[in-house]
Design a protein. Sequence first.
Length: 90
Amino acid sequence: MTSALVGVLREGFLLALLLAAPVLVAALVAGIVTGLLGAFTQIQDPAVALVPRVIAVGAAIVLFAPSIAAQLVAFANRLWPLIATVGTGP
């Protein structure tokens, strides 16, 4: 049972990384683009850099929400039977 719990924990951490990746990549790309535009135009206002990142993160959440939800539901469906058997012993 312990190896099953360790496997589920490992799978949960990998799933968290996988689900966060699209949002983080969108923020990274938007940050790089706004940084380059700020360097080219000599505009160093923090709001100019923040607004495109917020918009990119929001767009990534909207675009990837169905995929994220489907992966979370699949993980939960695998997890619930294991939770039910944890208290039963060996």
